[in-house]
Design a protein around this ligand. Structure first.
Ligand code: HEC
Ligand code: HEC
Length: 154
């Protein structure tokens, strides 16, 4: 009996500790901890000037930074819409289109469902291309980094 009640109070303490962690506010901008990238308070309304929209130029495929990287889109993609009924990307990247369009055909991996079934067309989990593939602009990185591919995979 004594043991069960001790167990119970320990469990209760754990729950309260968990709750207090969850309830602790995360924004530390005011005390110099976290800073927002746009250089204003997190809650502040939009700053008056936004960066001008940078247009991506069409170019040759971009070298990949690591083995499983979804290749970056080397052409502009604004206006290329993907809806329930139509996928503009597949207009050029489908296996029955790539020869005439000169695009890279979508990877065979893109036909596989999450259960490993091979479909004859793009798998639903790969349907929304821009979930993984993004156009590139020649812009200053917001956050510096020193990423380098693993030795032996360069
Ligand atoms: C009008 C045809 C066309 C459309 C539409 C199109 N692409 Fe492309 N894409 C190309 C061509 C051509 C290339 C080859 C590089 C080049 O010439 O720009 C390419 C290259 C790529 C690559 C690089 C492949 C590699 O091997 O590095 C990716 C990724 C890509 N496109 C994704 C997309 C996505 C995502 C969409 C839809 C938002 C899309 N493309 C729509 C024609 C197209
Ligand atoms: C869930 C993430 C994801 C989605 C969604 C996705 N891709 Fe990919 N894609 C990848 C990855 C990762 C690779 C590289 C490895 C591979 O080939 O599977 C790739 C590779 C490619 C390649 C290069 C193929 C090659 O032979 O080098 C093309 C082209 C491409 N994808 C186009 C598309 C198009 C078009 C769509 C939408 C219809 C799409 N992808 C959706 C992750 C994704």
């Amino acid at each position: 009996m004594k043991n069960t009640s001790r167990l119970f109070s320990t469990a209760l303490a754990a729950v309260f500790l968990g709750l207090s962690l969850v309830l602790t506010p995360v924004g530390h901008a005011a005390d110099g901890g976290l800073k927002s990238l746009r250089g204003a308070e997190i809650q502040a309304p939009d700053t008056e000037s936004a960066d001008p929209f940078k247009n991506a130029k069409d170019s040759a495929p971009i070298e990949r930074n690591y083995v499983q990287q979804p290749p970056l889109i080397p052409h502009k993609s604004d206006g290329y819409t993907v809806t329930k009924n139509f996928n503009k990307c597949m207009d050029c990247h489908a296996w029955n289109r790539y020869k005439e369009t000169g695009a890279t055909k979508v990877s065979l991996t893109h036909f596989k469902t999450r259960d490993g079934q091979e479909l004859s067309n793009i798998s639903p989990r790969r349907y929304f291309c821009q979930q993984c593939h993004v156009s590139q602009a020649d812009a200053k990185p917001l956050v510096a980094n020193q990423f380098a591919p693993a030795q032996g995979m360069r």
